[in-house]
Unconditional design. Structure first.
Length: 318
């Protein structure tokens, strides 16, 4: 064989050896990177577990200091017409420990009397005074600021009847004599109602209010559109945003504190939504606890109190 053949062979073997060494070095570096990433991930998981354990321990000590418990209903106490497991036990435990509760709901499709009847069917005796809804709070707001004015309302007949009983002058037709618009969680919504609201908001610059910003309402089979979704349809058409009266605005919490005489430190708000319930607690300056029986998940709420359900939360009193 020629000399050039041996030279080429030696050069190939030399280059192959160098490439093999580089490949082995690269594999070692990659393995070190993988090991390092796994170690970091393991440390993060352990830290999260420690934080969760600390949070749960803090929840146990915190809940024993509370006197007033403000409870959301849909997704927290019940799903649709079904009482959630453990909810009745929690309410009984609160009473046995000398606490009091108020139901703070953004659901404006029902009157307080409707809730009293529903809770009675579940075997829980309540009074109308224990229910503060976005609807009743909006009613009082309208009575205070628009008591002598004409209000265009898009809501259920039950809620409209409640407004009329409060002495408010309401209508379902747009007109030059309308002074403001109020939208609520309307389970009897029709296209004509949407048309009248859009007409009013397009042709005049009257204020537009809505009971609550919730986009969806949890029921037995999943979710259905809530007041926030209805308002988004209107906003997409008229280019205006409503002013929301219910949670997360802190007004309903302040009303409960005033009525019961409890302090913010003695109060805990419990709900299933971050952008309404947890945000309301933050704005009102009270502690809040997320339950995982409605809209939000544990992954979405890692830096605040949370519990699987009211039934589980009842166990923290012991």
């Amino acid at each position: 064989m020629s000399k050039s053949f041996y030279n080429n062979a030696r050069a190939y073997l030399k280059n192959h050896s160098r490439n093999l060494h580089f490949s082995n070095t690269l594999q070692c570096q990659m393995q070190k990177s993988v090991d390092s990433a796994m170690t970091i991930k393991s440390n993060i998981v352990k830290k999260e577990e420690r934080n969760i354990n600390n949070m749960q321990n803090n929840l146990a000590s915190m809940i024993k200091e509370k006197k007033l418990f403000l409870l959301d209903i849909d997704g927290t106490v019940a799903l649709g017409s079904e009482l959630l497991p453990g909810a009745a036990d929690f309410l009984q435990t609160v009473k046995e420990n000398g606490g009091i509760f108020r139901f703070l709901t953004n659901n404006s499709s029902k009157a307080a009397s409707d809730y009293v009847e529903q809770f009675h069917d579940w075997g829980i005796e309540t009074t109308e005074e224990e229910f503060i809804t976005a609807g009743t709070y909006a009613r009082d707001f309208m009575k205070k600021y628009y008591g002598n004015e004409k209000i265009l309302v898009a809501a259920t007949e039950t809620y409209c009847s409640e407004l009329r009983k409060a002495g408010l002058n309401i209508t379902d037709q747009a007109g030059d004599d309308v002074d403001c618009v109020l939208c609520a969680y309307d389970t009897e919504l029709t296209y004509e109602k949407l048309v009248q609201v859009c007409k009013q908001l397009t042709e005049t610059k009257v204020p537009w209010f809505a009971t609550n910003p919730d986009l969806r309402c949890p029921i037995d089979f999943g979710m259905i559109p809530d007041c926030g979704s209805i308002c988004r349809m209107i906003t997409a058409s008229v280019g205006r945003e409503p002013e929301y009266i219910g949670k997360p605005a802190p007004g309903m919490v302040y009303a409960c504190l005033e009525e019961t005489g409890c302090t913010p430190k003695q109060t805990l708000l419990i709900g299933d939504r971050i952008y309404t319930d947890m945000e309301c607690g933050k704005r009102a300056g009270i502690d809040s606890c997320l339950v995982l029986t409605g809209e939000a998940s544990a992954e979405e709420w890692k830096n605040g109190f949370r519990c699987q359900s009211l039934g589980k939360l009842a166990g923290y009193f012991s």
